[in-house]
Design a protein around this ligand. Structure first.
Ligand code: OGA
Ligand code: FE
Length: 278
């Protein structure tokens, strides 16, 4: 079957930002670049894209097919602006959720981003929503993260199936401003995934910028609440039978009031190691 049935789902139309195809490799800086160097190379183009309500499909979504699922999750964290709580309470919670959702043998949470446009100007550890269609890891950068983070164990771990998944949740709800849209991985063609450098002060990572293709099908979960989380497949080492990559972005929902409170969210990235032989 070619994807999930989409007829009859309510949808909105919203502008999404795509990379314009280019001959050079795109480069973006995650910090203030040296004088004269642009924060980002490449042009982006807006397309008006139908974005379907995925709530009626919740029970039928799969990480291996669509590349995203919605979960209910009650957290013990009382303050997501407390880095200590994120690392000591939320990371272990995420690892347990991810293990249960995937059957992984081992999960290692290693990175997170808090987003809140209202305070990002004063606090550079807090980011604004990302409004470009992208995927967080590439066929090169995913195994590279394992090498960076897992030391002497890396080469053995890389012999078996592994994934990098992301758990995205609102800190406050309902999310009205800048919801997250997810591209059904089955509708995503690899020719639209453009490897792009992402410069950090101490290393260069790689993400996929996404170029527009009318075949791409986008979904969102309207009015997400803080006891809900989207689990996103960013990379799977398995070449067949699973969603290898997906794509997502924050977007401006034209049906929402312009004075909706700024979205507050947290995403945690995890290395997901499957049992040998699985
Ligand atoms: C992510 C991401 C964008 C946003 O979770 O990887 O790109 O605006 N999020 O939350
Ligand atoms: Fe992302």
């Amino acid at each position: 079957m070619d994807g999930i049935t989409t007829a009859g789902l309510d949808s909105i139309v919203a502008p999404l930002n795509f990379l314009v195809p280019m001959s050079e490799k795109p480069v973006a800086y995650n910090y203030q670049p040296p004088p004269g160097v642009p924060v980002r190379t490449g042009q982006s183009v807006q397309h008006q894209v139908p974005i379907r309500n995925a709530r009626p499909l919740i029970d039928r979504l799969s990480l291996d097919r669509e590349g995203f699922v919605l979960l209910h999750h009650q957290t013990a964290v009382t303050n997501f602006y407390d880095e200590e709580q994120i690392r000591t309470i939320y990371y272990p919670e995420c690892e347990r959720v991810m293990k249960a959702a995937t059957g992984a043998a081992r999960v290692v949470a290693f990175d997170h981003i808090v987003r809140n446009a209202a305070i990002s100007a004063k606090d550079n550890t807090i980011k604004i929503p990302a409004k470009r269609v992208h995927n967080d890891y590439t066929a090169w950068s995913a195994p590279q993260r394992v090498r960076d983070l897992m030391g002497a164990e890396a080469e053995e771990l890389l012999k078996h199936r592994f994934a990098i998944n992301n758990l995205w949740r609102p800190i406050r709800g309902p999310v009205l401003d800048s919801p997250l849209t997810l591209c059904d991985a089955q509708s995503l063609e690899e020719e639209n995934l453009i490897a792009s450098d992402l410069k950090y002060p101490d290393r260069t990572g790689e993400t996929y910028s996404v170029t527009y293709n009318p075949n791409q099908r986008y979904y969102y979960f309207p009015r997400m609440q803080p006891d809900e989380a989207v689990l996103i497949r960013c990379y799977d080492s398995q070449l067949h039978g699973a969603a290898r990559f997906s794509a997502h972005t924050g977007f401006d929902d034209p049906t929402m009031p312009p004075d909706a409170p700024p979205r507050e969210s947290l995403e945690v990235r995890m290395l997901v190691f499957f049992p040998p032989g699985s």
